[in-house]
Design a binder for this molecule. Structure first.
Ligand code: NAP
Length: 537
């Protein structure tokens, strides 16, 4: 598999998003030889691939960046929730400041890796034939590396342009004056829909499950606003590891029924006005745990949305009287004028619960009521094989020659959401059973990333070169995650959080639901005990 000239590295990092670049910079500055392999044509991870119309972050600007003062002092986001192009510019700025590119190979998709136990090295191959040996492999492929395209009959016969949001053409797609169809109303769908509705001749939205979207409350940031915001950056960054989802705010310390009805309503109103994820993550602390508490939150959301939609029949489809699943157990999206879009004459909502998609034709989409929805552009906003897809898509063979696809077939197995038995010297950031989906990219990249860096430092200091999670530790972590999950409402939705969006994927909560502080505490406790749950050699 290798040749005499194969390059040898201390660490190979896969993926040049927030997590991968953080690993590169930290490890390199500690003297490790490191390279990053990135399949995209530029750095930025998800922001390279997801450049569809309207793509923008759902974590506000003060936290959607690295916490290093020398970086944030010199960078200014122009919007509170920056768009994909501005985030890309931010990555270029970071690259220039930290001189990262010299150790990044773009357009290099890792296809396979196998562990050479004698040498204690990973032998990693890329699609272009490149091969390297690395003592450690750090997978930073993100939660959305593998787009999910549903198996819709005759999809390939469509004669117009058809693109998945997660593989959007880098040169963009002209939708002006075109008949556009969007399948999917998750975060990607909501953004494409509200962005294309003003320009498309006609927009058909194929909705299976309504999104419980929240008001983004976008605003532009002038120089003064940026100066003001920066006064709070240090404090905001320091908060991240102390809050459930790695933000600078947290749940209220009591439940929805601990206050009278009018006070509850006032709190919901306040959170709604402040917008973003606050109605989801700064609300009563039992909303994601207790069905009755959750119902109060759903009712508030439903009524707010229905006020904005002119046609009561359309309003019922977008915000049903009876919740299809509890509020917030499927990730809410942040919207700007999403609901008003449905008041436009050129927009039609097709409810797939009433009439399903039967097949695609060269001209468009045929639904089970016999209608053919004629389209020029078909957008698949159908999501991802989330959280595990980045690992299972690569043929990574550990000590037993099994791949992640094999090992995860019956459900994910991890210790601390960062390593799996049988895959020595391999860590993943933002992966299964870590806070990942309940956190935000830059926060996890740094806080989980620091733990990996400290672990490698520990091994080096102690003259060790092999670390592997044990099955016992995996079993314990899996039980811990399952126990936490059972106390929540998350299993009640068919969501990507639960692996339920991809047919055949095991249904389980894929992210750690105990909150970031507990997670970090458990990781640190393991480290303090000499990396409890791992065998070191
Ligand atoms: P998603 O949340 O998984 O949404 C996929 C959508 O496609 C759902 O509405 C789903 O319907 C629909 N769908 C899937 N298969 C279908 C089929 N066969 N027929 C009809 N509809 C089908 O994916 P996403 O919107 O790409 O978002 C994934 C995550 O990425 C988000 O939750 C968020 O964390 C992140 N994201 C963030 C932003 C941002 O604002 N920063 C933007 C985009 C994405 P069902 O709900 O019925 O399954």
């Amino acid at each position: 598999m290798t040749t005499m000239s194969t390059q040898e590295l201390d660490v190979l990092v896969v993926g040049a998003g927030f997590a991968g670049l953080y690993q590169l910079d930290r490890l390199r500055s500690l003297g490790y030889s490191v390279q990053v392999f990135e399949s995209g044509g530029d750095i930025g991870g998800i922001w390279y691939w997801n450049c569809y119309p309207g793509a923008r972050v759902d974590t506000y600007a003060p936290l959607y960046q690295y916490s290093r003062e020398d970086l944030w002092r010199g960078w200014e986001f122009s919007e509170f929730y920056p768009g994909w192009d501005e985030v890309r510019r931010y990555f270029r700025y970071v690259d220039e400041k930290l001189d990262l590119s010299r150790d990044i190979r773009l357009n290099t998709r890792v296809s396979a890796a196998e562990f050479d136990d004698d040498a204690r090295q990973w032998v990693v191959r890329a699609g272009d034939g490149t091969s390297v040996r690395a003592r450690y492999l750090v997978m930073c492929t993100g939660f959305a590396a593998k787009p999910y395209v549903p198996d819709i009959p005759d999809l390939d016969t469509f004669a117009g342009e058809c693109h998945h949001t997660g593989r959007w053409p880098q040169d963009g797609v002209n939708v002006t004056g075109k008949r556009v169809g969007v399948i999917g109303t998750g975060a990607s769908g909501v953004q494409v829909i509200q962005e294309t509705a003003p320009d498309a001749a006609h927009l058909t939205v194929f909705q299976r499950t309504p999104n419980m979207a929240l008001p983004m409350r976008q605003r532009t940031l002038d120089a003064d606003a940026q100066r003001q915001l920066k006064l709070s950056y240090a404090e905001r960054f320091a908060m991240r590891g102390k809050t459930f989802a790695g933000f600078d705010y947290d749940f209220i310390g009591y439940g929805a029924f601990d206050v009278p009805d009018d006070e509850r309503k006032a709190i919901y109103e306040d959170l709604w006005e402040r917008g973003g994820f606050l109605p989801w993550l700064a609300t009563f602390n039992d909303i994601l745990l207790d069905a009755d508490a959750n119902a109060t939150s759903y009712a508030f959301w439903r009524d707010k949305v229905r006020e904005r939609v002119d046609d009561p029949a359309v309003a019922e489809k977008l915000a049903p009287t009876h919740a299809i699943h509890p509020f917030g157990v499927k990730r809410p999206s942040l919207e700007q004028r999403y609901y008003e879009v449905y008041n436009q004459d050129n927009v039609e909502l097709v409810d797939l619960r009433e009439t399903s998609i039967e097949r695609i034709t060269p001209a468009g989409v045929v639904t089970s009521d016999g209608r053919e929805h004629k389209l020029d552009v078909l957008v698949l906003a159908t999501g991802f094989d989330s959280i595990t897809g980045g690992l299972t898509a690569i043929d990574i063979r550990g000590t037993k020659r099994e791949s992640f696809a094999d090992v995860f077939a019956g459900g994910t197995r991890t210790h601390l959401g960062t390593a799996t038995a049988g895959f020595p010297n391999l860590f993943y950031i933002y992966g299964p059973q870590s806070p990942s989906a309940f956190c935000n990219g830059p926060t996890c990249a740094e806080l989980q990333g620091d733990w990996v860096v400290e672990c490698l430092e520990y091994l080096r200091r102690n003259g060790l070169s092999r670390i592997e999670a044990t099955h016992e530790a995996e079993n314990a972590w899996g039980s811990h995650v399952a126990e936490l999950t059972a106390a929540t409402l998350f299993p009640e939705a068919k969501s990507w959080y639960m692996g339920a969006n991809v047919p055949g994927k095991k249904r389980e909560l894929l992210a750690y639901p105990g909150g970031l502080p507990t997670y970090l505490q458990k990781c640190n406790e393991a480290a303090e005990k000499g990396y409890d749950g791992f065998v070191l050699a």
